[in-house]
Design a protein around this ligand. Structure first.
Ligand SMILES: Cc1cc2nc3c(=O)[nH]c(=O)nc-3n(C[C@H](O)[C@H](O)[C@H](O)COP(=O)(O)OP(=O)(O)OC[C@H]3O[C@@H](n4cnc5c(N)ncnc54)[C@H](O)[C@@H]3O)c2cc1C
Length: 382
């Protein structure tokens, strides 16, 4: 099993360039959850990528997560998101894992036998995912959950779900817990018919008197906001930054390839011979490179624990969202009517890229939070 950064990045690249690439069109066309690729990544030992080494994982941190999601996202964004959400969920579990959570959840995660994921968003509070309305009622045996989650990526395919809720007793204190798949009272509904990210299986989950033992609480009661800003946000933002950089790189490659192949009958010239198109390709390359450097720097800040790390990861994800939408749009223009007519991979990139701005924390929210922090205001002010 690969244990060094360069080794597991190499392993991920090999899987990305073979199975993930082969499966991408079918996943998009048939809306299939990327089971084969996820299992292959687990088999290759990458299931514990975001779990610290002292808990049996690879300890890849946000840097390896961003890089691996980029490598996967260049081939298939759905596979990259599904794998990324598993890694974010496992980092959340690992943050304050009890010995019981280590043996029940982290060991199988690191052994490639367990997929987890985040089920935070709710229909009622939407992009304000840190304000769950799911009720958590403490009783003698543990907790009982009642509520509805939405957009649960890996929905109905994971072995466990990292959930959030509000105390039924005071309506004020928010907590995180893990519920195993198949817990009585859990019902999945709908099919994922999203415009893009078509393999995501981002489903709705109803929780009707779902009982979980006390040992499945993450951290202490009332810790959700700590988890959101110390673990969920940084790992999620770096995973997603990687995914969207991957899409942007794929779109750039498609544009580059098209302009170097397309020749006119009346002049014999290639599109690549046209100065203005050379300029546009140059501009896109620069945009992509500066955004990638920003992501890598932000991930490193988080991994070493600098004071401004949270601001850096938030800014990086906002910039990546702008970069990917711009790059894919430009690539579509550079590839011309043929790309528009033939509905090739650029259609997939265009559809997948648009999720970048709307997955919470959304671009607007991130920029507002960064501004508030820069102004010494609390992030969650209103
Ligand atoms: C492909 C995909 C996968 C997802 N996977 C997961 C997952 O695995 N787990 C999970 O928990 N969630 C997931 N989500 C959910 C996601 O994180 C958001 O919660 C969801 O997209 C919110 O959608 P909404 O229509 O309710 O947004 P709304 O809350 O209705 O927001 C609509 C728009 O208004 C903006 N807005 C709202 N309030 C403000 C404000 N105060 N200031 C400025 N702008 C504001 C938002 O930024 C957004 O652009 C996923 C979403 C997508 C699209």
């Amino acid at each position: 099993m690969a244990t060094k950064h360069s080794e597991y990045l190499g392993t991920a690249r090999e899987i990305a360039l073979s199975l993930v690439r082969e499966q991408a069109d079918q996943i998009y066309a048939d809306r299939i959850w990327p089971e084969r690729s996820i299992r292959e990544l687990q088999r290759a030992g990458l299931g514990g990528l975001a779990v610290p080494t002292e808990l049996g994982g690879l300890g890849g941190g946000a840097s390896a997560l961003a890089e691996i999601c980029e490598v996967l996202g260049e081939q298939c964004a759905s596979t990259a998101i599904c794998f990324g959400m598993h890694c974010v969920g496992s980092a959340v579990i690992a943050a304050h894992a009890t010995p019981a959570q280590q043996s029940e959840l982290l060991e199988p995660i690191c052994e490639g036998e367990h997929i987890t994921t985040l089920a935070l968003s709710e229909p009622g509070t939407g992009a304000h995912f840190y304000l769950p309305q799911t009720q958590i009622l403490a009783d003698d045996n543990g907790y009982v959950l009642n509520g509805r989650k939405t957009f649960v990526t890996n929905g109905n395919h994971a072995e466990s779900y990292v959930l959030s809720g509000v105390s039924a007793a005071d309506g004020l204190s928010f907590s995180c817990a893990v519920a195993p798949q198949g817990s009585p009272g859990m019902t999945w509904s709908g099919a994922w018919t999203g415009m893009g990210m078509r393999g995501n299986s981002s489903l709705q989950l109803s929780l009707d008197n779902v009982a979980i033992p006390r040992s499945h609480l993450l951290g202490n009661e009332g810790d959700q906001i700590w988890y959101v800003f110390h673990v969920v946000a940084p790992y999620f933002l770096m995973a997603m930054s990687g995914v969207y950089l991957g899409i942007a790189q794929a779109a750039f490659n498609a544009a580059r390839e098209h302009v170097t192949r397309r020749a006119y009958a009346h002049t014999g010239a290639l599109l690549a011979d046209t100065a203005v198109l050379q300029h546009r390709i140059g501009q896109l390359w620069g945009e992509l490179e500066k955004t990638r450097q920003l992501v890598h720097a932000a991930a490193k800040k988080f991994d070493v624990g600098t004071e401004d790390a949270l601001l850096a990861v938030m800014a990086a994800k906002a910039e990546v969202a702008d970069c990917v939408v711009k790059t894919v749009n430009e690539a579509m223009t550079l590839c011309g009517g043929m790309a528009y007519r033939d509905a090739g991979p650029l259609e997939r990139y265009l559809h997948d890229a648009r999720a970048a701005h709307v997955m919470a924390p959304t671009t607007d929210t991130l920029r507002t939070w960064i501004g508030r922090a820069a102004l010494d205001l609390p992030l969650l002010g209103d």
